[in-house]
Design a protein around this ligand. Structure first.
Ligand code: 3H9
Length: 690
């Protein structure tokens, strides 16, 4: 705390994000009391040092015994100060950080500040009055989407909504001091946020409006506990005195905190950040500068990859083999942007700007100025090797040469160049302009700064990069393949596509494997299997009948637009296949479907860890969340396995191996070891990190 004349300035300084750990809470409390009791202090400014005001409660303290003062105590102390209290915020005042500001009479923010209550993303609700004070400040209509989405709002919107009182251009603390003096000079009324109810009157008089707001905002909350708790808490602003409501809010918060969903979501929060830490690639490994990118292939994949760069203002040279293919690719890209304009997410003038950043060409030589080239041609080793050989002669020295292969050996591809150190895998997921996951494949010779560049580029283009090693299918697709094999077997044994997909959507996936196959196109897997001499009896029979999925209106399902309907023809085809393959059909339960689909994935994940293909179980979880829609509230396959119990999973896999004679079900050595020890993948990760 320091003084500027009659104003006390309390600065919270706990890098990196000023999280409210115990010492911070106590520091705020003690200093607020000192300023409150000091007669020469006429106003108090509360601000944060470093890159941001308080970004929330300290998540690492969750689950440990609570220590007083709690954040609620601190806010209660602020609430009772009879001189103006002003929160002066910048960066990302989030969660408990925003709740703290709402204990002040006034809030001012630096331009560029983003304010929010992101607790829902951690499977929680605000636990220090946020569900009670935010609606009092901005009304339920605006507060509900903020709390249910967890998305922060920019300062300008916060000002318009009444969450803050002023935006400060220039030095924040000077601006806050000027604001404090203005408040004192004008003798402004000091209304506590908890005592305000002007923004609640309307809905209190028409409670039916509340249900309408709920209906508008709770579309994506299937299976989740926190959104329902948040809605219930917000509803208390209508009829429950705030002190009582805060107690109930706190109880609901604590209940969620010890629940499996929040544990899983917190695991993901830390796993995502952990995934950025790669051995041999330190903070001192500078990434190479990327000013221009090149993408080879203007098909669905190449086009999507190129859009990512253009979306963040990086010009892209995009290569195709013929003018016709190039034109078609560019037209698809333009159509995608036009759709964004129609949806209102892109300004028409930005469409023109973005299209101007593409340099389409049929000449590989046009890549000579690219700082990074990403190859996205079809999956064929000789083709890729020839291409990298040519690229070696064209690309400028120091350019990063990346392959978007989803299965092939990155080291073998690298060998066709004279610069193996510059070669890396960058495996995007379809649709590449939408899906967040980016597997960065580290070849045996990939230079640390090339890996760093790939990761930095990944973050720049708003992906979640995860480093993996070289093996067939890397992490995501290798595990997916274990699931696909079982899916096909379940159909032969007695389940129908809708049974399998239904069990998985109930589990929390946005769609099941067969609906996903229809979306991606059944011809894709069929072609790739033919190349490898593998056959999936049912999927391939469908593809041979021209049923490629959504694009042909028929696949595992019948389509009317995007709506899928079970198809009796498919059922017959499946039953015939069972007969042909000599498999006696039987009833398959939902529980069995989950075990059969996900346990083998966990087993494969354990092998992947043994082989060092993934660095940590958390990396696998992040991959499955962002690449395949594994429900965040289950924490990814490896975290989920820990919650099921590794012994249970191992024992069931053993049974399966015996029943089916399928060696793939033999438990991985790591799984066996952990199951015998009563261990977990989390424990394995912690031991490895130590
Ligand atoms: C809450 O507030 C509950 C209350 O309602 C009720 C209480 C009673 N705690 O993301 P970054 C670490 S719930 C502890 O890489 P960025 C993070 O792990 C909380 N640590 O930086 C990382 O560590 P490391 C509500 C935290 O600039 C480092 O800080 N708040 C916390 O890309 C840098 O983080 C939230 O959910 C934390 N709260 O993004 C906000 N936050 O370097 C969560 C960060 O060792 N945080 N760390 O890997 C975020 O969204 C982002 O971190 C933020 C910065 C936007 C702030």
């Amino acid at each position: 705390m320091r003084r500027d004349g009659n104003v006390a300035i309390i600065t919270i300084d706990n890098p990196p994000v000023n999280a409210l750990k115990h010492a911070v809470r106590k520091g705020i409390q003690d200093n607020v009391i000192a300023a409150r009791d000091d007669a020469s202090v006429e106003a108090i400014v509360l601000t944060g040092a470093g890159r941001t005001f308080v970004a929330g409660a300290d998540i690492t303290e969750f689950g440990k015994p609570p220590q007083s003062p709690s954040l609620i105590d601190v806010i209660a102390t602020l609430d009772d100060v009879k001189k103006p209290t002003i929160a002066a915020v910048h960066g990302t005042p989030l969660g408990g950080g925003l709740e703290l500001t709402m204990g002040c009479h006034f809030r001012v923010a630096a331009a560029g500040t983003r304010l929010g209550l992101p607790e829902i993303k951690l499977g929680l609700i605000p636990g220090a009055g946020g569900t009670q004070r935010l609606p009092r400040l901005i009304g339920i209509e605006k507060a509900m989407p903020m709390i249910l989405s967890g998305e922060p709002i920019p300062a300008k919107q916060a000002l318009a909504d009444g969450l803050i009182d002023e935006i400060i251009e220039g030095d924040l603390v000077s601006g806050a001091l000027a604001f404090a003096r203005k408040v004192l000079a004008e003798k402004r009324a000091l209304t506590r946020v908890k005592d305000r109810d002007d923004k609640l009157k309307d809905i209190r008089a028409n409670p039916a409006k509340f249900d309408a707001i709920v209906a508008d905002n709770s579309k994506k909350t299937r299976g989740l506990h926190a959104p329902a708790a948040a809605i219930e808490a917000i509803k208390m602003t209508l009829d429950t005195p705030i002190d009582e409501a805060q107690k109930k809010e706190r109880d609901a918060f604590m209940k969620l905190l010890v629940g499996d969903q929040s544990k899983a979501q917190r695991h993901i929060f830390f796993a995502e950040r952990e995934a950025n830490k790669v051995p041999g690639v330190g903070k001192d490994t500078a990434p190479r500068e990327i000013k221009r990118a090149g993408v080879i292939g203007a098909g669905t994949m190449g086009g999507g990859i190129a859009m990512n760069f253009v979306n963040v203002g990086i010009p892209v040279t995009i290569i195709e083999t013929s003018d016709e293919a190039l034109k078609k690719g560019m037209a698809t890209i333009e159509k995608n942007y036009q759709m964004s304009v129609q949806r209102g997410s892109l300004k028409p003038e930005d469409l023109t700007k973005r299209m101007a950043l593409f340099t389409p060409s049929t000449d590989l030589g046009a890549l000579k100025d690219a700082d990074i080239v990403i190859e996205a041609v079809f999956e064929n080793m000789p083709v890729k090797k020839e291409l990298f050989g040519k690229l070696d002669k064209i690309a400028k020295p120091g350019a990063v040469l990346a392959t978007n292969t989803s299965y092939l050996d990155v080291d073998e591809i690298a060998q066709s160049t004279t610069r193996v150190k510059d070669v890396v895998g960058m495996h995007f997921f379809s649709p590449a302009n939408v899906m967040k996951l980016l597997e960065i494949v580290r070849g045996k010779d990939t230079a640390p700064d090339v890996l760093q560049t790939a990761m930095t580029v990944g973050r720049t283009i708003k992906k979640v990069p995860v480093v993996v090693g070289v093996c067939f299918g890397f992490v995501g697709n290798r595990m997916l393949s274990a699931r696909s094999i079982e899916g096909e077997k379940l159909l032969l044994e007695g389940a129908l596509p809708q049974d399998v997909d239904g069990a998985l959507t109930e589990f929390g996936f946005p769609m099941g494997p067969f609906a996903m196959g229809d979306l991606a196109g059944l011809d894709v897997g069929w072609r790739s299997r033919k190349e490898r001499g593998v056959r999936n009896e049912i999927a391939d029979t469908l593809a041979e009948a021209g049923r490629y999925g959504q694009k042909t209106g028929k696949g595992f399902y019948l389509y009317e637009g995007r709506a899928a309907k079970p198809d009796p023809e498919v059922e017959k085809l499946i039953v015939d296949a069972s007969v042909r393959m000599g498999v006696k059909r039987r009833a398959v339960s939902k529980e069995e479907i989950i075990e059969r689909l996900i346990y083998p994935m966990v087993n494969e994940g354990a092998r992947i860890l043994e082989e060092g293909i993934a660095l940590r179980p958390g990396d696998i979880d992040v991959i499955w969340l962002y690449g395949y829609g594994f429900p965040a509230w289950r924490g990814g396959p490896m975290h989920w396995a820990d919650t099921v119990g590794l012994k249970k999973i191992r024992d069931r896999l053993r049974e399966l191996a015996k029943e089916t004679g399928d060696k793939r079900h033999e438990p991985a050595a790591l799984l066996n070891k952990l199951a015998d020890e009563g261990g977990t993948f989390a424990g394995f990760a912690a031991a490895k990190a130590a």
